[in-house]
Design a protein around this ligand. Structure first.
Ligand code: OAD
Length: 246
């Protein structure tokens, strides 16, 4: 495999613990538009940064719910791509393996990854806007948004909105995995959105080897030990193939 450095293959084989952080670039080849590219058709005139906030939901819960219903439908049609499938294979081939994702589409689990930390929630789930109780499948109802079956308050998508804190336990587990890994992959993320973007630095500070997979340069590129320029759907299957050939 021309594009995968042999040194990297050796590092993967000798790593006791591997952590992968993914962003929306990994789902691009499944046809899930990235957050910022998602505005087409009916929703063209809305700015996601003004819909994905607690304030927007307070102002117009129906609008925000309908926008998420549209996004949920897009995600519902998407299938894992070769990059997702290669990451599931990498987990099967590795000892300790943690996949941390900023994506809310659930495609890593659908591909077969098991040890997955979702930092920004999951668009397929809803939760009570008052009490936070998770409701997997809201019942059919006339109300938009539907109501919480326990207290009657509005349901909202179980995702992290701009200005909200990350789920505490998920972030703690992610920091712990990053601090204790030998090899850290940052894949398909612009490395701009904190606190997720702090995780590779935690790994570097603990002595891990850092690998970036992204067609474009990011603020993290200069700190990476290996930079693989290309899409996740191209590079990851090559990487797994190179490992299997050893
Ligand atoms: P961004 O949209 O900021 O960045 C996507 C990254 O993926 C860019 O660096 C692209 O170069 C890269 N990319 C595009 N296509 C790719 C491909 N096929 N393979 C690999 N890489 C590719 O998305 P995120 O970094 O995920 O948060 O953004 C982080 C968070 O910002 C999101 O989770 C969302 C958003 O605000 C919340 O909603 C809380």
């Amino acid at each position: 495999m021309a594009s995968i450095p042999p040194d990297l293959i050796e590092k993967i084989q000798s790593a006791g613990s591997v952590v992968v952080l993914t962003g929306s670039g990994v789902s691009a080849e499944s046809g899930v538009p990235t957050f910022r590219d998602a505005q087409t058709g009916l929703w063209e005139r809305y700015d996601p940064q003004e819909l994905a906030t607690p304030e927007a939901f307070e102002r117009n819960p129906r609008l925000v719910w309908e926008w998420y219903s549209w996004r949920r439908e897009l995600v519902g049609k998407a299938k894992p791509n070769p990059g997702h499938l290669a990451l599931a294979e990498l987990e099967r081939m590795s000892g300790l393996f943690t996949l941390i994702t900023q994506n809310v589409d659930g495609l890593h689990r659908a591909a077969g990854n098991e040890n997955v930390i979702e930092l920004h929630g999951n668009i397929r789930r809803s939760k009570c806007s008052e009490e936070g109780i998770v409701v997997e499948e809201p019942e059919e109802s006339e109300d938009i948004p539907p109501r919480c079956p326990h207290c009657g308050a509005s349901l909202r998508p179980d995702v992290v909105w701009f200005g909200e804190a990350l789920p505490y336990e998920a972030f703690e587990a992610a920091v712990d995995a990053a601090r204790n890994c030998d090899l850290f992959f940052s894949i398909g993320t612009s490395s701009l959105v904190y606190p997720a973007a702090s995780l590779p630095y935690e790994a570097l500070d603990s002595g891990a080897v850092l690998v970036e997979i992204n067609p474009d340069e990011t603020p993290l590129s200069a700190r990476a030990d290996f930079v693989l320029r290309g899409t996740a759907g191209e590079i990851l299957p090559e990487l797994v193939e190179a490992l299997q050939e050893q």
